[in-house]
Design a binder for this molecule. Structure first.
Ligand code: GDD
Ligand code: MN
Length: 870
């Protein structure tokens, strides 16, 4: 006996004859297999039909179960009496073609695989005759399982396996998805193959799949992922939740009626509700999982989840109230719903996790990665349009008001993205930032694929988890600066370069040309990857053969074509961008700043990230003489693509002051290795567990910090004043104040004043962005007083002397009195006032100071900065 076919049946009388006829027609030796039907009390004569076959075929059997009908239980019952150790499971309704059975069983028969899955979702597989909604449902079900299970069709009902695997399946396994249980119980140690099959809708009768099966599937999926859910805990949690909502909403309404402001009201009401909820949840909802007294460790986790939920819901609340203009009394309900979702998932997976059949470490990190990445995406989405622009973003928005092929200090991508975003979503924060958000998603996608290609899927998932929580990664998907598209295109370029240079894929050169070109359009630093690629080709013999083939050259030409707008603009503007960039390198006043660079790295990576990166680099170097050629080439790739840009930045910082985000993209190439190292449980045991132990708090603390800051700048945190942000933020309210000052001057003098932002570009840009159309001011930058002002030198090259009144606005007092060289500017002004300041407020809360100075006219600048530069 070679294998046993187990076929569950429930009211399949019309199908039995046809199925058996076709099975027996397969031309298999009768002694080599048996067919075991497991019937669950069919009432349509199915058992009788099977008995008739059983009577004269020795290899056909029927098991009639008496217990509660269940597919998984039936398959287990059939397996129990099987005479062979190799089991094939298939449906009775001819959805699975008997003719495809040999293909499904042979990999297991040959002893090459533990499990063979008949798959609809790999090339060659398909589904025929199913209505669209069933196809979607099946796809969605499969997709949900994807993070924890690496098979394309984990919900297939047609598969072969070795009987010994059954012993791993937990008692609680029920429902339709025995395959998933089987795959998961192997904890990643099974060898699994997928065989393409064509699934046909059933020939006769109706499907027994019902809503309750879907719910059971979801529940099992959560349990397999390490969460606790059962109808019991969920409904108890919901009841407790409802009481919480009641307390929450009531307290909130009461506070709002006392004019407490959104932040104070929702935080107080939340705390009231959460105290009640924790007590009831631990003593009642999840009681069977966690008995005993108050567990401080667990309570800490509960508070952490609560804090996340709280800080996120502040954003939801603000979104509904400030942007969608819902009354606060109503907005609290959707906000509570968002909180409940975060709280429930947090409770099920993190506070009260499944302790009995804990999934493997690998699976638990995968689940954490999915949760964290989704939370970060949600957080960005909620706060994207709420947080005011920082001056840099306003400056890049100002680019779009003077659209061009390129710009003096940056290539044009950032402007193009803002232009696109604001054209679609309007001239507001959302419009400016939506491009950054999308760049964030693109970066995640490419980093995942890059890390998966270098290592494996789990590493890919952990890599994007790290990208979303590390300061440089989190910010680049939220704040719209050239770094947003830079990170995305850097990740894309890495991905294609690895495919082309290491994996030797022809087509990757095309992607590389596009990614590299778009990357250069984002920020010139991306060019460093070109140098790294050259170094790799020189050092790696296998990659060297590309030198004699056309692909790299065509790819470079493609990149150059994409980059051509910058070249054309510079051709028309005396090559100023390139001069500016090289000038910055050459004339930066020889100050040794390597220590600053290292400090900045510790900020954008966190100290733990830096520590892990150094470990990863050391590990890569130590393995460089590895005998395994694949591993050696991979290590060389990571080393070169991290090391070369890094060394160049280090070199520059020996004589020039670095900006703090310079090295951000450099770390993308080493992230996969960092992510890989933290996930090892066999090799590298000690270092890996130490890394995990420090990553855990790092992830939570950094994520909390971002959530906290976003809540703080948008809604405030009761008890913490705004003074910390000094004069760099809250330009919306500050602009309002400047508009008032301008209006005062206008009514005094009868003339429209000139408003000058006394910084290189930030103040003028921020004022321009927040200046209302109904009250347009005439806004200039500091180049009116002889300093350089980047693009403002092009937009407003000079200003003739004028007797219009003038208002100087500054972030610091001295910027209103002296220029960059420290020379007084009074002589350029007519009757200048002393420096004054106002306190800018919002609903009575002080936000910041505004320094300003007025004068009755402008005498002109002695030397224009354009002549000064030449
Ligand atoms: N013994 C027993 N007990 N058999 C059952 C039961 C039960 O409770 N419920 C269903 N069956 C049998 C059916 O008689 C049929 O042979 C097989 O199990 C599949 O049931 P269907 O009702 O035909 O399910 P389906 O076609 O909707 O679902 C198919 O596709 C899914 C993928 O989306 C099956 O192949 C599923 O296993 C598969 O997951
Ligand atoms: Mn079916």
């Amino acid at each position: 006996m070679q294998f046993s076919i187990v076929i569950p049946t429930l009211n399949e009388s019309e199908n039995v004859d046809l199925l058996l006829t076709r099975l027996l027609a397969l031309d298999l030796v009768p002694e080599s297999f048996e067919v075991i039907f497991v019937d669950d009390g069919s009432t349509d004569g199915t058992p009788e039909k099977i008995r008739r076959w059983e009577a004269h075929k020795k290899n056909i059997h029927l098991v009639e179960r008496q217990e509660k009908p269940d597919l998984t239980a039936s398959i287990l019952a059939g397996t129990a009496i099987a005479k062979s150790d190799i089991i094939v499971v298939m449906d009775a309704d001819l959805s699975h073609l008997p003719e495809q059975l040999p293909a499904v069983v042979s990999p297991v028969l040959d002893g090459n695989y533990d499990v063979a899955v008949g798959s609809r979702y790999i090339p060659g597989g398909s589904t025929q005759g199913w209505p669209l909604y069933r196809q979607w449902l099946s796809r969605a079900g499969g997709l949900l399982a994807r993070p924890i299970c690496d098979v394309s069709d984990a919900t297939s009902g047609f598969f072969a396996f070795h009987r010994k695997l059954i012993t791993n399946i937990p008692e609680k396994a029920r429902g339709y998805k025995i395959l998933l249980e089987l795959l998961m119980s192997g904890q990643g140690n099974l060898s699994v193959i997928e065989i393409p099959i064509t699934f046909h809708d059933r020939a006769q009768g109706t499907s027994k799949l019902s809503l309750s099966h879907h719910l059971i599937y979801l529940q099992r999926l959560i349990t397999l992922a390490g969460g606790t859910v059962s109808i019991g805990t969920a409904s108890r949690f919901a009841i407790v939740g409802f009481m919480g909502i009641f307390v929450d909403a009531l307290t909130f309404q009461w506070m709002i009626s006392w004019n407490s402001g959104l932040a104070l009201a929702h935080i107080t009401s939340f705390l009231a509700a959460v105290t009640i909820n924790y007590t009831l949840n631990s003593k009642w909802s999840f009681r069977s999982y966690h008995e005993g007294n108050l567990d401080w460790y667990q309570f800490g986790r509960f508070l952490t989840v609560g804090l996340f939920a709280l800080l996120l819901r502040g954003g939801v609340l603000a979104l509904l109230v400030y942007t969608w203009h819902l009354p606060a009394e109503l907005a609290i309900f959707p906000a509570i719903a968002a909180t409940a979702a975060v709280n429930y998932l947090g409770s099920a997976f993190y506070v009260f996790p499944e302790n009995r059949n804990r999934p493997s470490l690998d699976i638990r990190w995968r689940v954490a990665a999915v949760g964290i990445v989704l939370f970060v995406i949600l957080l960005r989405l909620v706060y994207l349009g709420l947080a005011q622009l920082i001056p840099d973003e306003a400056y890049y928005w100002q680019y779009t008001q003077h659209m061009d092929l390129s710009f003096f200090d940056h290539p044009p991508m950032v402007a193009w993205l803002i232009w696109l975003g604001t054209t679609i979503a309007g001239q507001n924060e959302l419009g400016v930032r939506i491009g950054a958000f999308i760049c964030g998603l693109i970066a995640m996608g490419y980093l995942y694929a890059f890390a998966r290609n270098l290592y494996d899927k789990s590493t890919g998932m952990r890599a994007i988890m790290l990208l979303s929580i590390l300061p440089f990664g989190f910010a680049s998907g939220l704040v719209m600066t050239p770094d947003a598209p830079l990170i995305a295109t850097w990740a894309a370029t890495l991905y294609y370069m690895e495919r082309a240079l290491v994996a030797g894929r022809n087509i990757a050169w095309l992607g590389m040309g596009v990614a590299f070109g778009l990357g250069l359009l984002s920020k010139y630093t991306l060019g460093l990857l070109g140098i790294a690629a050259l170094a790799f080709v020189i050092l790696d013999p296998a990659a060297r053969r590309w030198m004699r083939r056309p692909q790299p050259y065509l790819s470079a030409i493609l990149a150059l074509l994409l980059f051509s707008p910058v070249i054309i603009w510079n051709y028309e503007n005396n090559w100023v961008s390139f001069l500016f960039q090289t000038e910055r390198l050459g004339g930066g006043g020889h100050t040794f700043s390597v220590h600053y660079l290292l400090l900045y790295i510790a900020i954008i990576l966190t100290p733990v990230g830096l520590y892990a990166a150094l470990h990863a680099l050391r590990y890569i170097c130590s393995k460089n003489n590895n005998y395994d050629k694949c591993e050696r080439r991979r290590n060389l790739f990571v080393l070169i693509f991290t090391g070369i840009p890094l060394v160049i930045f280090l070199g520059i910082s020996t004589f020039d002051t670095p900006r703090f985000h310079w090295t951000s993209p450099v770390w993308l190439a080493i992230l996969p290795t960092i992510a890989w190292m933290m996930g090892q449980s066999r090799t590298l045991y000690t270092i890996s567990s130490r890394l995990r132990a420090i990553w855990q708090p790092t992830i939570i603390v950094s994520l909390l910090a971002y959530t906290f800051v976003l809540h703080y700048v948008v809604l405030g945190i009761p008890g913490i004043p705004y003074q910390f942000l000094t004069e760099h933020y809250f330009w919306k309210e500050a602009t309002l104040e400047v508009e008032k000052i301008a209006e005062e001057m206008r009514s005094q003098t009868g003339q429209v004043p000139i408003v000058v932002g006394m910084s290189k570009w930030s103040i003028a840009s921020a004022l321009s962005f927040y200046n209302k159309d109904s009250n347009k001011m005439d806004i200039r930058s500091r180049n009116m007083f002889g300093d350089n002002s980047a693009m403002y030198d092009f937009w407003f090259p000079s200003h003739p002397p004028s007797n219009r009144p003038i208002i100087l606005v500054g972030m610091e007092r001295h910027t209103l009195e002296r220029d960059r060289e420290g020379d007084e500017i009074d002589h350029m002004l007519d009757q200048p006032s002393t420096v004054q300041y106002r306190i800018v407020t919002r609903n009575g809360t002080p936000l910041r100071h505004l320094y300003y100075r007025t004068a009755q006219g402008y005498h002109g600048s002695a030397i224009s900065k354009l002549t000064k530069r030449q």
